[in-house]
Design a protein around this ligand. Structure first.
Ligand code: ZN
Length: 253
């Protein structure tokens, strides 16, 4: 049951048929891990806390730098040299006292993945490097936890959902079996604009809410779709993906 205060606060979400009171309760009960609290993790964590997600774990080993501020909109100049997860958790806890926000102030490694991933209902990959993306993808497949991946550089972004609860779902490794084929450009080499991160991060948060509130009666959760955004042309493109039966991570499971 939602309290009267919660019914009022989240009324505009609850009135949507696909969310409803059950969906709002599901959000309140949800535990979500956000890996990377930079340009994507900032909007993602804000929108999920604002929507009423009950528990957020924020993982990031980096400290805030001056060049982060044009796009990492939770941070200001007073925060420079402090850990991103710590600062974001503190600010979000003040803004959204109903949510339990915990900081993991180090780079996610295998051990941390195996500790946190089985505890959560969903993981969001908001990291900026391919090694971390492979690590999270493997952990989510191993522990059967849905994963919403986002990435952006320059004017471009990509987003996809990996849902190992569905045996037909492709994983990130199906798409890029070797890191040689995976995009390796990053914001340090290609630059990035804040609004592109807001678009991709917003789409990740939307996917996360749909996954967390899905009641199973309708398929609003789309697996095997790679969504690419071109911010210069102002266009989305969607490509079909297929689970690779010989995938080293998810194949023959
Ligand atoms: Zn795979």
């Amino acid at each position: 049951m939602l309290t009267t205060q919660e019914q009022l606060k989240y009324s505009r979400q609850i009135m949507m048929g696909k969310i409803g009171e059950q969906g709002q309760i599901a959000l309140r009960n949800a535990k979500v891990l956000i890996v990377g609290v930079g340009g994507l993790g900032n909007p993602v964590s804000l929108y999920l806390a604002a929507a009423g997600v009950g528990t957020l774990y924020l993982a990031d080993g980096d400290n805030i730098e001056l060049s982060n501020l044009p796009r990492q909109i939770q941070f200001d100049e007073q925060d420079i040299n402090q850990n991103k997860a710590d600062v974001a958790a503190e600010k979000l806890s003040t803004q959204f006292p109903d949510s339990n926000i915990e900081a993991i102030d180090e780079m996610l490694d295998q051990e941390l993945c195996d500790y946190y991933v089985p505890q959560v209902d969903l993981v969001l990959d908001c990291s900026d490097n391919i090694q971390t993306r492979y690590l999270i993808n493997q952990a989510c497949v191993t522990h059967t936890v849905p994963l919403v991946i986002g990435a952006a550089t320059g004017f471009d972004g990509q987003q996809l959902l990996v849902d190992p609860r569905n045996k037909d779902s492709a994983c990130y490794h199906c798409l890029f079996p070797t890191s040689l084929k995976a995009p390796t450009n990053n914001c340090q080499t290609l630059g990035i604009l804040g609004p592109v991160l807001a678009i991709i991060g917003g789409m990740q948060a939307l996917q996360a809410i749909k996954v967390l509130t899905a009641d199973g009666s309708e398929n609003n959760v789309q697996i095997n779709k790679l969504n690419l955004y071109d911010g210069l042309a102002n266009q989305w493109q969607q490509f079909n993906m297929k689970k690779q039966q010989n995938c080293n991570v998810c194949g023959n499971k």
